[in-house]
Design a protein around this ligand. Structure first.
Ligand code: AGP
Length: 619
């Protein structure tokens, strides 16, 4: 997902833009660039490749003067990664520069019209067309006597009225050297408020080192920003609603600290982040859970007769954990839907169906579309989300924040355990509003409260898990097997390994192996088997033995105290005993560490895996 940074103030802009772009690297990108105004001069630098390999070296060799500029990290959608296709893009006059996150769907028709009017293009991107379109509208406004800054904002507004698609943009023009114009529809954009300086960015990570006062722009907002003020107009029917928010985490939270990778840091943060997810949400007197932001009465929650959990990727795996929990605790029918499918299916929903969007970033385009589809059909829509002020968090009718702090590693880890924690609490609440007895409620609460300490003990096995990972790091295929509450964890373990080590891995219900996949088992195909000492133990063990009988290596994730499993598996990683429904919270951590160490052993870029973006805001 592309990243945008803008700065206007008293400091030299280029170093601030570069630092902001570095803080957005986790979003995934293949090129980067800046445009800095120095007086009436447009200074453009843009390079394919990582920031440190291209853009940073260029700026170091020839620094740019100027106190206003915009920057961009590009995740290619239209046109391959190249210097020419990198942003910023200039308009026909060369006096205007634009950076963009999103997809302009009607760019080809606009390009055709502009070419007929004599425009020439250097790149294959939709963004360059947008730059020329804004420039074209700006030229047509030259006749009136208004200030260049007013004309620039007007040109952006009128150009965007022609655009179909999604955008988060920043625009600068040498005729108006003191302002930056920003706009958003479908891609996030925030204003960071400083002292005699202001910032524009795709997310707060890019500005949190300078300010914790931000304005989350809404779709159709167009902001005109100078060093001393900002004004927001709206392309939509409503007038712009401006609300200044306080960023809830410190700049250090977005730093790697003593860890070699953000992913490892975030794995080790999980005892603390699970505590954050639990904090203030346990009602021991009533053996239930409580939330401040559901915006639903207990009566409305009791009326819910079906729940749809919609999400993507790791969040979809958390949703699957939620399905088992809600059915177990509350006996509510649950559908777990890939958001990209849910938005187009005509799934029959009940009158009181509650739709819950689960998302770390709050910006995933498919999940946002799923939420909007649910609301369009008149259903209550909640969001379980990590990023305060994100689009999905703001468009939902209510929701639950994870309070996990920024998750920078592309592979989601602490967000998953926080989502599972929140879903366990939500299932407890829904269960206690129905038939779940006090005693069971207290058992669940005690198991949750023991979770962070148990995670600490699992993390102490890091070095041992590293050795196991090194033993299997050359495999080309992996299976992850689990039953019941362990099945979604098997899927999550497979995704973690796939996305950071590039090894092909599949998760399956353990019993499903005998219906075909077992044909793939051989001595070079390890299977990770989630086999807690629970009600399914004997059946899972027989599935494990079927794999071993075909010389398939087995790594067992088992419950502490089970000595016999060591004779039935090649390697064992133990987790502390807990209630069956709480097992996912613990069992996922060994799989996160396994994936991390396998990827390191294979020399992969753990925090920025190839082809991936942290949050996918395109469909
Ligand atoms: C998980 O490790 C991946 N980074 C990806 O599957 C991610 O979970 C998915 O894109 C959903 O993102 P979200 O939670 O921000 O909506």
């Amino acid at each position: 997902m592309c990243g945008i940074v803008g700065y206007v103030g008293r400091q030299t802009a280029a170093p601030i833009l570069l630092e902001g772009l570095r803080r957005l690297e986790y979003r995934g990108y293949d090129s980067a660039g800046v445009a800095v105004l120095s007086g009436s001069e447009m200074q453009l630098r843009k390079k394919k490749g990582k920031i440190d390999e291209g853009l940073a070296k260029s700026l170091q060799a020839q620094p740019l003067a100027g106190q206003l500029g915009i920057g961009h990290t590009r995740w290619a959608t239209h046109g391959p990664p190249s210097d020419e296709n990198s942003h910023p893009h200039l308009d026909q006059s060369g006096r205007m520069a634009v950076v963009h996150n999103g997809v302009i769907e009607n760019f080809d028709r606009i390009k055709e019209r502009l070419m007929e009017a004599g425009h020439t293009f250097r790149s294959a991107t939709d963004t360059e067309v947008l730059a020329h379109l804004i420039g074209d509208h700006y030229e047509k406004l030259k006749g009136d006597q208004s200030e260049a800054s007013v004309r620039l904002t007007q040109a952006v507004l009128s150009a965007l009225r022609e655009v179909i698609g999604t955008y988060g943009i920043a625009v600068v023009c040498t005729d108006a050297p003191g302002i930056i114009v920003g706009a958003r529809r479908g891609s996030p954009l925030i204003v960071g408020l400083g002292q005699n300086e202001n910032f524009l960015a795709s997310d707060v990570n890019a500005v949190v080192a300078h300010t914790q006062q931000v304005v989350y722009l809404n779709d159709y907002d167009v902001v005109t920003m100078t060093a001393d003020r900002f004004d927001v107009a709206s392309l939509g029917a409503d007038t712009a609603k401006v609300q200044i928010s306080q960023v809830e985490f410190s700049p250090e939270a977005a730093e790697r600290g003593k860890f070699p990778h953000f992913m490892l840091k975030e794995i080790f943060e999980q005892p603390a982040t699970v505590r954050n997810a639990l904090r203030g949400r346990i009602d021991s007197d009533e053996a239930t859970a409580k939330f401040g932001g559901l915006n639903m009465s207990m009566a409305e929650l009791r009326e819910v007769d079906q729940i749809v959990l919609t999400a993507c990727g790791t969040s979809w795996h958390a949703a699957l954990v939620g399905e088992y929990l809600l059915e177990d605790f509350a006996h509510i029918p649950v559908e777990v839907e890939y958001a990209s499918e849910f938005r187009y299916r005509h799934a029959p929903l009940e009158k009181h169906t509650l739709v819950v969007a689960i998302t770390q970033s709050g910006e995933t385009a498919d999940t946002l579309a799923g939420l909007r589809e649910a609301k369009r059909r008149g259903h209550k829509a909640l969001a379980i989300c990590n990023v305060v002020g994100s689009t999905i968090a703001r468009e939902a009718d209510g929701g639950i924040y994870l309070h996990a702090g920024p998750e920078i590693g592309v592979a989601s880890t602490k967000a998953f355990t926080s989502q599972v924690t929140v879903l366990t609490l939500f299932a407890l609440l829904m269960g206690r509003l129905r038939m779940l007895p006090v005693r069971r409620g207290m058992e669940i609460i005690r198991a949750l409260e023991a979770g962070p300490g148990q995670l600490e003990s699992i993390l102490q096995q890091n070095e041992r898990i590293k050795r196991i990972a090194q033993k299997y790091a050359r495999a080309q295929n992996f299976f992850f097997l689990g039953r019941q509450h362990g099945f979604p964890v098997a899927l999550e373990g497979a995704l973690k390994l796939k996305e950071i080590s590039y090894i092909h891995a599949e998760g399956y219900p353990a019993a499903e192996m005998k219906h075909g996949p077992i044909a793939l088992i051989d001595p070079n195909t390890p299977s990770v088997v989630l086999i807690p000492s629970d009600s399914m133990y004997e059946k899972t063990l027989s599935n494990l033995e079927v794999v071993r009988a075909r010389n398939g290596p087995v790594i067992a994730i088992a419950t502490e105290g089970n000595a016999t499993i060591a004779k039935q598996a090649d390697d064992v990683i133990y987790v502390p005993p807990t209630l069956e429904p709480i097992f996912p919270l613990l069992a996922v951590v060994p799989l996160q560490l396994l994936a991390y160490h396998v990827a390191i052993e294979r020399g992969c870029d753990v925090d920025k895996p190839r082809n991936l973006a942290k949050s996918v805001t395109v469909e």
